[in-house]
Design a protein around this ligand. Sequence first.
Ligand SMILES: O=c1[nH]cnc2c1ncn2[C@H]1C[C@H](O)[C@@H](CO)O1
Ligand SMILES: [Zn+2]
Length: 359
Amino acid sequence: MTHQPTLDEIRKAPKVLLHDHLDGGVRPQTIIDLARETGYDALPTTDVEELRTWFREASDSGSLERYLETFDHTVGVMQTRDALVRVAAECAEDLANDGVVYAEVRYAPELHTSEGLSLDEVVEAVLEGFKIGSEGRGIRVGALLTAMRHQARSMEIAELAVRYRDVGVAGFDIAGAEAGFPPTRHLDAFEYLQRENSHFTIHAGEGFGLPSIWQALQWCGADRLGHGVRIIDDIQVATDGTPKLGRLAAYVRDKRIPLEMCPTSNLQTGAATSLAEHPIGLLRRLYFRVTVHTDNRLMSDTSVSKEFANLVETFGYGWDDLQWFTVNAMKSAFIPFDERLALINGVIKPGFAQLKWQA
Ligand SMILES: O=c1[nH]cnc2c1ncn2[C@H]1C[C@H](O)[C@@H](CO)O1
Ligand SMILES: [Zn+2]
């Protein structure tokens, strides 16, 4: 009889992270250092532990819009080349220390130009940071360039993603408040990306329901869904437990559309009421292509290992489940097929096999 995986054991497992915001994962000490260096004077506190707690608590509002307000402070200190290099390098280090072997980390270049950096300079600084932070640490980190859905710069950001795709940018995303800002506002950018054979994911079905998911897939052509939790609204479970999938839910499952699920973040923004009731339980049971992520490690005080450990505790998952989530994520990455396969067969499966053998 094997025991349930513990947090320490999970940290040793080779993990894959596809949904993590660079400006949502800055170390509290770094925010304080950078605020001092760059003259940013709006931080709620300059005590490191108080700041850590402030982010977590301020993000617990139950509203996506209020949750997003906390980013003013991280974005506020990420306006210089040195700051971006440092934050990106530390991000890669922190993920490697958590046992992540492959990551796609996203951020919105347009939010980092208020002190005069160009979009290209922002992208180059972040890529340099990822390179410095991953060197010799057994991790590969690529970038996803995000456009903000309430702004009108998505075409420019899509072009930027295509320009940098062979040097570390894996794809494109849109984020920000969802209600009132449907993805079809950015249709020209998505159509351009499709013509360029590029990959993109869309935050959809987090702060708004099925119409947002439907547009993201059927109008915009998203390869993956950021969160996608509200797909649950298209699934009915009869009293005897038999599930009935509506047409959209069936499409998502049949086409193996990856769902980038971020359970702790969903509890904080009100997209789910408790972990036990989080749609991930049913979606995993129905074999949707579920993957597990952090969203914002600072705001949620989390890591991939912690997200996994919470799921183990709530749903009783074992090593096979955690490996399934991980292989699902690796299959869904925006890098070439042969490189995904090499990581699955050369790193992920042997790593989990060893942990299972020791358990
Ligand atoms: O969970 C999220 N939903 C929508 N937008 C988000 C989420 N987490 C972060 N963002 C926004 C705030 C960041 O400034 C931006 C780029 O990373 O993306
Ligand atoms: Zn997100």
